[in-house]
Design a binder for this molecule. Structure first.
Ligand SMILES: [Zn+2]
Length: 134
């Protein structure tokens, strides 16, 4: 079943949608909003922007060490919750959010809702072509 993202209006499969307040939204809007709640660290945020600007199209081996470790952990496990990543690397949610934003931009990892839980998965996990806006 298809529904419309409550934020940007994109059609998404119901199982690919996320609950945000009382709206169902697409993955992009969900993570954008999760990201914008982490506004306490503008310096780190702008360094992510800078990183993206500087490196543009990046290969996994060109990632910063922390980013690569998280990416490899996700790849190795197939799917992990953010809590598992936080525990494994002893990082703060804000740090992980920024790493994850980078991984998503480079199409290395993404969020997926599996059995009602949000997981971080490799980008090519359960690909659904029609959900790609680019
Ligand atoms: Zn959306």
């Amino acid at each position: 079943m298809k529904l419309k993202c409550g934020k940007c209006g994109t059609e998404v499969d119901e199982e690919d949608s996320y609950e945000l307040g009382n709206e169902q939204v697409c993955e992009d809007c969900y993570f954008d909003s999760a990201m914008s709640q982490q506004t306490c660290d503008p310096v780190a945020q702008s360094s992510v922007e800078k990183f993206v600007e500087t490196f543009g199209d990046v290969k996994p081996e060109e990632l910063l060490e922390e980013q690569r470790k998280v990416y490899e952990f996700i790849k190795e496990r197939g799917k992990v919750t953010s809590v598992e990543i936080l525990q494994k690397f002893g990082m703060r949610q804000g740090e992980l959010t920024q790493i994850f934003i980078v991984l998503r931009r480079f199409k290395l990892a993404k969020g997926a809702k599996i059995d009602g839980e949000i997981y971080c998965v490799p980008w090519d996990y359960g690909i659904s072509e029609d959900h790609n806006e680019e």
